[in-house]
Design a protein around this ligand. Structure first.
Ligand code: ZN
Length: 192
């Protein structure tokens, strides 16, 4: 498992709801947490690890040892957004990019957990920002599409990432559009 970088096509892919929660999904979740901690993140969406599933892992503290702050959100739905607040965000799929993004200050949302239970959450501030950022990923949206300002030159950073990505496609490290379509079909037929 690896974190894909912009402009990998999975980052702009709209994932389908996850229908089957089995041992494979539990293993994927454990691996996603590992990867998130290793990268010093507070949230990671399945799209970012090249899987077209509506699945997110979060640790609002960002600290591996604080398990009480760990959440797994499957098929999340944002029910109610309240207020607007600008704040700085980064993203593991856009290394080095820091952007100012307006987000709702309070969010009411529902999601299924790893035990298949549907829960309702009320999150505010930084935590509300995390769930909005990660849920966007599941629907193929990235933070730069909502940004109102950037720290550094965003257009230049994105153009550089595009160039690097194109080089990795030609060297076979990243999938061609045809290979990507094949992969998505396979993953979706298994669990969504
Ligand atoms: Zn992100």
């Amino acid at each position: 498992m690896r974190i894909v970088k912009y402009p990998h096509p999975m980052l702009s892919y709209e994932s389908k709801p996850l229908r089957i929660i089995d041992q494979t999904i539990r293993d994927i979740v454990a691996e996603m947490f590992e990867l998130m901690y290793a990268s010093n993140g507070v949230g990671l969406a399945a799209n970012q690890v090249d899987l077209p599933y509506q699945l997110i892992v979060v640790n609002t503290s960002g600290q591996r040892e604080k398990k009480e702050h760990e959440y797994v959100f499957i098929n999340p739905v944002l029910l109610k957004l309240k207020g607007v607040e600008e704040g700085e965000e980064g993203c593991l799929s856009y290394p080095g990019l820091r952007l100012i993004v307006p987000r709702a200050r309070e969010v009411k949302f529902q999601a299924v957990n790893l035990n298949g239970e549907l829960n309702t959450y009320f999150w505010k501030g930084f935590e509300a920002r995390i769930i909005q950022h990660e849920t966007d990923h599941l629907f193929g949206r990235s933070f730069y599409e909502r940004a109102t300002a950037s720290i550094g030159d965003m257009e230049l950073a994105l153009a550089q990432m595009k160039d690097e990505y194109a080089q990795r496609v030609s060297s076979g490290e990243e999938p061609t559009p045809e290979q990507f379509a094949e992969n998505v079909k396979k993953w979706e037929s298994e669990r969504s």
